[in-house]
Ligand binder design. Structure first.
Ligand SMILES: *Cc1c(COP(=O)(O)O)cnc(C)c1O
Length: 398
């Protein structure tokens, strides 16, 4: 039996049947490359699903992790913490947001955002509790967030779903948005600036502006799910900065820890004031280990030139993707290094995925028929060129 067969047999026996993995087990990463159990290397355009912002084994990441691990890792939220304050400061820097709560996953960040919105109106004695979200959205797998997720495939088997959540509007449809927000019981609009899992679909500028305008006018909160788009992925630290709007609440996760689990709910000082001690909590959230690593990663992303570089490489990637001509290649879209190439159907997308993988390139399919490109933010133009040349050959062969 090969190394892989041994790994697979045990893993398949014990790991719950919630995914259908491909026959690869990665054992090591360096920069933008991953190595599998058989020694084959791959150029990675998935980055653990937009997580490994600085790639693999980056000294800023590993040094922060090791240094903090030697000091203290988890102490509970019953005490003050220097790493917690430091990363919170990085996250809100230059924005209208003032306070942060930490969790361990994107779903937890959204749970916190939803609970905060409800507590905000509860405290004011207003009967506002409904959470409006978009079709084709993705907000996580807890009962509340999977209900907010506007895709039946994720939530249908788990009924009864929590009430007041799961009120969906078609994305980028201004008329439908105005109608849904007209309901006086709506507390918040929860929306992704760019739908990630749904197929790399950016919100139009006028839609985001309208979302801000209407929620403000109606006395509702605007919650942005920046779990996939945050931490420099779009070329600005937060995607909302592209739209010139100020949200009330923001959920973040994936990229902020650069590969260490940490998530955050950010809110304006005014909204965060709704909390009183005991309302919300977590054992692992804001662990010094997670916060120290996240702080080092976010500080690096905020270094002068880093995000400009992401913008430039993103433009380059999209320009090169647009060179790919094939009757089944439909559209290229995205922002910074969260980009998609929509193709005709799922079968074609899967064929591209499989052929690229066999050649040592990790892509991903989201929204059934969109090739997703979310590489480490440190990817180089040369690496983009290398992938594009192979992608051209793959597409031409199909
Ligand atoms: C990945 C993702 C989530 C869920 O994050 P988990 O860490 O898997 O819980 C939520 N919202 C968006 C936009 C995401 O991309």
């Amino acid at each position: 039996m090969s190394n892989f067969d041994v790994i697979k047999e045990r893993d398949k026996k014990y790991f719950m049947n919630t995914y259908s993995p491909v026959d690869i087990a990665f054992v090591k990463g360096e920069g933008c490359y991953l190595t599998d159990s058989e020694g084959k290397t791959y150029l990675d355009f998935l980055a653990g699903i937009a997580v490994n912002a600085l790639g693999y084994n980056h000294p800023i990441f590993t040094d922060a992790l090791i240094e903090q691990a030697k000091k203290v890792t988890v102490v509970s939220n019953y005490f003050y913490s220097e790493p917690r304050g430091l990363i919170a400061e990085q996250l809100v820097k230059g924005t209208n947001l003032g306070k942060v709560f930490f969790g361990n996953s994107g779903a937890e960040a959204n749970e916190c955002s939803i609970k905060l919105a409800r507590k905000y109106f509860y405290k004011r004695g207003e009967n506002k509790y409904k959470i409006v979200s978009a079709r084709q959205s993705f907000h996580g797998r807890t009962l509340a967030t999977v209900t907010a997720t506007g895709q039946e495939q994720y939530n249908k088997p788990f009924a009864p779903l929590p009430g007041g959540i799961g009120i969906y509007v078609p994305y980028n449809d201004e008329e439908a948005l105005a109608k849904a927000l007209g309901d006086k019981e709506v507390a918040a609009l929860l929306i992704e600036p760019i739908q990630g899992e749904g197929g790399i679909m950016p919100a139009t500028e006028s839609y985001m502006k309208l979302a801000r305008e209407l929620t403000k006018k109606n006395g509702q909160l605007l919650i942005l799910d920046e779990v996939q788009t945050g931490a420099g992925r779009t070329g600005k630290f937060w995607a909302f900065e592209h739209y010139g709007i100020e949200p009330d609440v923001v959920s973040a996760a994936k990229g902020i820890g650069g590969g260490f689990p940490i998530s955050a709910c950010l809110a304006t000082d005014e909204v965060a004031e709704a909390w009183t001690p005991g309302d919300h909590g977590t054992t692992f959230g804001s662990a010094p280990l997670a916060c120290a690593v996240g702080y080092a990663v976010c500080k690096k992303i905020r270094e002068p030139g880093f995000m400009e570089d992401v913008t430039r490489k993103g433009e380059y990637l999209r320009a090169r993707l647009k060179e790919i001509k094939h009757p089944k290649v439909k559209e290229v879209r995205g922002m910074g290094l969260i980009d998609g190439m929509e193709v005709e159907d799922e079968a074609f997308a899967k064929a591209i995925y499989n052929d690229m993988l066999s050649k040592g390139y990790i892509l991903n399919v989201c929204g059934h028929k969109v090739m997703r490109f979310v590489p480490p933010l440190i990817i180089t133009e040369e690496q983009i060129d290398e992938m594009i040349e192979e992608l051209k050959k793959t597409v031409a062969s199909l």
